[in-house]
Write a protein that binds this ligand. Structure first.
Ligand code: CA
Length: 696
C-alpha cells in the first residue's frame, strides 16, 4: 500500500465516509477549481468548504466528525493569522483543496495555506476610507465566493472584483452600484452558480433603492437585475413586477430611495432553479413618512424568489407589510427538506430581527409555520392565519407616542450565520434581548449621503420621550445561544450569556456546535443538549460564522475573530486585533501574550460647555457620530470610544472632525454636515459624558 493511499484510508476512516471520501470528484485546473456541480455534490468531499454556507442549502452543517463530543477536549490552536485590524470581522472563510480564501475588514482578501496559515497572497481593493461614513455597522465583509479558478469579492464601496485564485491579481472589476446617486455599500458575500455571480447591496439608512444583480462570472458583464422596490413611475417601470409593486406604495416614495436592499443572505436552489433573497427595511423607516401611511410597500421586509436564469419574479412572502421598525429580513436563509405533519416539504427558513422563526414552502413561498423565538416581543402577538401577516400590537405604533420596543433595530437575531444539524433536527443561532426607544422625527427631511431615517431613537431628550427613556433605564440587555426545532416551532435548549449577543454557528456530525461569545471565548457545545464541552480564550470576539475542513488526515475548525460591531453587545472591550483562529486535535500553537493593560483612560479634558451647548452637542452627535461611535458615546471599541480620548485628540478635535486629518484611519472630514459650532458642541457633550463615566 502506498503511503498516500494509507493516509487517505486513515482520513477516510476518521471521516467514517470511506467509499465517499475515496471517490471524491476532482476538477483539474489548479486552485479554486469549483463549479456548480462540485458545490451540489459537496457531501462527497466534506474536507472542503467551497462556499460561505458550505452547500447551496447553506445549512452550515459539516459531516466531519474526527473532532466530536468525546475528542473535543483535545482541541487546541493549530495556527493563527493576524489580520492587522481592530475593525469588524464578519466573514466566513472558504477552503478548497488546501487553500483558505477569506475577506477581512475593508474587503481586504487573503489566500492562506489552510494547513499552516502561511500567506499565499493578499489583495487590497483600496476601498476609499471615506466610504466608512456610508455604512451603518462598520467596514465588514461576510466572505468571498470561489468559482473556476477565481475568487470573487464584493467591496464595501460597491464593486465586484474577480481575482485569479493562484495569484490574487484582478481579472475583472465592475461597479455594481452608482455611488453618485446614493451611498450604496456592500457587506454581504457574493454567491455563484451556472456561470453567474450574484450580489445585492446595502445603504438603506442613507436613502438607497435596493436590488440584486447577476453577472457573468468570466467577464463581469451584467446578466439580470431585480429591483426590490419600485422607482419613480415617471422614469418607467423596469418590468411588470415593479408595476405591480408600485401599486402598494403612495406619495413620492422614490425620493429617499425606498430601501429594501438585500444586504446579506442570498441562496441558490439547484432543485427548483430559483434564487431566494431577504430584503431590508424601508427608507425612511416610518411608513407614514415614506408612503403616506398607505400600502404594503412591496418588496420591503420580504423573502423573494426569482428565476435563477433570468432574474424574473417567481414569488414573495412579505413578513412585515408597512414596515416601520428597521425590521430587515435579510438574515441568513437556509434550505432544507423537512418532514412536517407526515409530509416531506422543501422549505426555506429564516430567524429574522423581529423574533419569529419562519418556515416557508420554497415551491410557492406559502407560509408553513411561524413561531416566536424571542423572550420579549411587544411588536407582534403572532401571525394572521392564512396570510401570515404579523398581528402588530398597539405598543409598536410610535407615530404619535414614543415607544420602547423589543425586538428592535439591533435585533432578536441579525446577520450572524445559523446552522442546522439534520441529526438533531435543530437550528442554532444567537438571540439578543434588548430594548430601544422609537420616536417619529417630526423634522424629517429626505437627505442623501447621510443617515436620514425619519426616526429619532430617543437620543434627544424631551418631555415627550421622558417616559420611554426612563423605562429604558430599567431594562437590561441579555442574550443566549438558542437551539430551535423548526418543525415543532419550539425551543430545544439555550445557553444564556451575561454580556448579550454572540456569534454565528457551525454544527457538525461530531454532535457539536461551535460559537464565539461576547465574553471573547470560542466554545464547543454538545449539539443535542447544549452542554459546554470546550472553550478557548480568543482575546477578542469571534462573532463571524465558524467553519470546518479536513486536510492530510486532520480536521480543522476555523473562525475569523475580531471587531465587535453594532448589534453585538459585548462582555468587555476586545483585547487583541482581528485574527484567523484555526484549531485541530493536539494543536500546539499559542496566541502571543496580550500587551500590558492599557493605562487608565485619561481624565476628562478641561472643556466646559454650557448646558445648552451640551444638549445641542448631544443632538448633533446622535445625528452624525453615533452610527459608528455608539449611542450615548459608548463604543464597542472597534471604533474609538470618544469618552476616553487622548489629550492629542482633544487638541486636534476640530481638525479631525472638520479637516479630516485622520481620514487615512477612516475618520474623514464631516465639514459638509457639521458646522464649527456643532463640532464645539459635540466636543463639549463628549467631555460631559466622560465626566459622567470616568473611572466607573
Ligand atoms: Ca436596516
Amino acid at each position: 500500500m502506498t503511503h498516500k493511499l494509507a493516509a487517505s484510508l486513515v482520513a477516510a476512516f476518521a471521516l467514517g465516509l470511506c467509499a465517499i471520501a475515496l471517490s471524491a470528484p476532482r476538477i483539474s485546473g489548479g486552485p479554486a477549481a469549483v463549479d456548480t456541480q462540485r458545490i451540489i455534490q459537496s457531501d462527497r468531499e466534506p474536507g472542503n468548504w467551497m462556499s460561505v454556507g458550505r452547500t447551496y442549502s447553506e445549512q452550515r452543517y459539516s459531516p466531519l466528525k474526527q473532532i466530536n463530543e468525546t475528542t473535543v477536549g483535545k482541541l487546541a490552536l493549530a495556527w493563527h493569522y493576524d489580520l492587522n485590524t481592530q475593525r469588524g470581522i464578519e466573514g466566513t472563510p472558504v477552503v478548497v483543496d488546501g487553500v483558505m480564501y477569506l475577506t477581512s475588514a475593508w474587503t481586504i482578501t487573503y489566500a492562506l495555506d489552510a494547513r499552516t496559515g502561511q500567506e499565499l497572497w493578499k489583495y487590497d481593493p483600496k476601498v476609499p476610507p471615506e466610504w466608512s461614513r456610508f455604512v451603518c455597522c462598520d467596514v465588514v465583509s461576510r466572505g468571498p465566493a470561489v468559482y473556476e479558478g477565481k475568487v470573487i469579492i464584493a467591496t464595501l464601496d460597491g464593486r465586484l472584483i474577480a481575482l485569479n485564485a493562484r495569484t490574487g491579481k484582478p481579472l475583472w472589476e465592475t461597479a455594481t452600484t452608482d455611488n453618485t446617486q446614493a451611498a450604496y455599500s456592500i457587506t454581504g458575500a457574493p454567491r455563484v452558480f451556472n456561470g453567474k455571480v450574484i450580489i445585492g447591496n446595502g445603504g438603506i439608512e442613507y436613502g438607497v433603492r435596493g436590488y440584486v444583480t447577476a453577472y457573468d462570472v468570466n467577464t463581469g458583464k451584467q446578466l439580470w437585475r431585480f429591483y426590490t422596490v419600485p422607482g419613480n413611475p415617471r422614469d418607467g417601470f423596469e418590468n411588470k413586477t415593479m408595476e405591480m409593486a408600485a401599486r402598494t406604495w403612495s406619495g413620492e416614495w422614490w425620493v429617499q430611495g425606498g430601501g429594501g436592499a438585500a444586504w446579506d443572505s442570498m441562496v441558490y436552489d439547484p432543485e427548483l432553479n430559483q434564487v431566494y433573497f431577504g430584503t431590508g427595511n424601508g427608507s425612511p423607516w416610518p411608513h407614514k413618512l415614506r408612503s403616506e401611511g398607505k400600502g404594503d410597500n412591496l418588496f420591503l421586509a420580504s423573502i423573494v424568489a426569482v428565476d435563477a436564469d433570468t432574474g424574473e419574479y417567481a414569488w414573495h412572502f412579505q413578513m412585515i407589510p408597512e414596515e416601520s421598525w428597521d425590521f430587515d429580513t435579510t438574515q441568513p436563509l437556509m434550505l432544507a427538506d423537512l418532514q412536517i405533519d407526515g409530509k416531506a416539504r422543501k422549505v426555506v427558513m429564516q430567524a429574522p430581527k423581529h423574533g419569529y422563526f419562519y418556515v416557508l414552502d420554497r415551491n410557492d413561498g406559502k407560509l408553513i409555520s411561524a413561531g416566536r423565538f424571542s423572550d420579549n416581543n411587544n411588536f407582534m402577538s403572532g401571525v394572521e392565519p392564512g396570510t401570515g401577516r404579523p398581528i402588530v400590537l398597539p405598543t409598536a405604533r410610535y407615530e404619535d407616542v414614543p415607544r420602547l420596543l423589543a425586538p428592535n433595530a439591533v435585533a432578536a437575531h441579525s446577520w450572524q450565520p445559523m446552522s442546522y444539524n439534520p441529526a438533531t433536527g435543530l437550528v442554532y443561532f444567537p438571540v439578543l434581548e434588548s430594548w430601544i426607544p422609537y420616536q417619529l422625527d417630526e423634522g424629517y427631511k429626505p437627505e442623501k449621503f447621510r443617515v436620514s431615517i425619519g426616526t429619532n431613537m430617543g437620543a434627544e431628550p424631551s418631555e415627550k420621550n421622558a417616559a420611554v427613556r426612563a423605562e429604558a433605564m430599567t431594562k437590561t440587555v441579555t442574550g443566549h445561544l438558542l437551539a430551535y426545532d423548526p418543525v415543532k416551532q419550539k425551543e430545544a435548549w439555550r445557553v444564556p450569556y451575561s454580556g448579550g449577543g454572540a456569534g454565528g454557528t457551525v454544527t457538525t456530525a461530531g454532535n457539536l456546535v461551535f460559537e464565539g461569545t461576547g465574553e471573547q471565548q470560542f466554545v464547543a457545545y454538545r449539539a443535542t443538549d447544549g452542554k459546554k464541552l470546550w472553550e478557548f480564550d480568543a482575546q477578542t470576539v469571534p462573532m463571524a460564522g465558524p467553519m470546518t475542513y479536513f486536510i492530510g488526515g486532520e480536521q480543522y475548525v476555523a473562525v475569523q475573530a475580531g471587531g465587535a460591531t453594532f448589534g453585538f453587545a459585548m462582555g468587555r472591550p476586545q483585547r487583541s486585533g482581528g485574527r484567523v483562529l484555526v484549531f485541530k486535535l493536539g494543536g500546539t500553537d499559542r496566541l502571543p501574550p496580550l500587551p500590558p493593560v492599557s493605562p487608565l483612560a485619561p481624565p476628562p479634558a478641561d472643556i466646559n460647555g454650557t448646558e445648552d451647548q451640551i444638549r445641542a452637542g448631544q443632538a448633533a452627535y446622535h445625528k452624525t457620530c453615533a452610527q459608528c461611535h455608539g449611542r450615548d458615546a459608548v463604543s464597542t471599541n472597534a471604533i474609538p470610544d470618544l469618552r476616553f480620548m487622548q489629550p492629542q485628540a482633544h487638541a486636534e478635535f476640530n481638525d479631525i472632525v472638520l479637516k479630516g486629518i485622520r481620514s487615512a484611519k477612516g475618520m474623514q472630514s464631516f465639514a459638509d454636515v457639521v458646522s464649527p459650532a456643532d463640532a464645539e458642541a459635540i466636543h463639549a457633550y463628549l467631555v460631559a459624558r466622560a465626566r459622567e463615566d470616568y473611572q466607573k
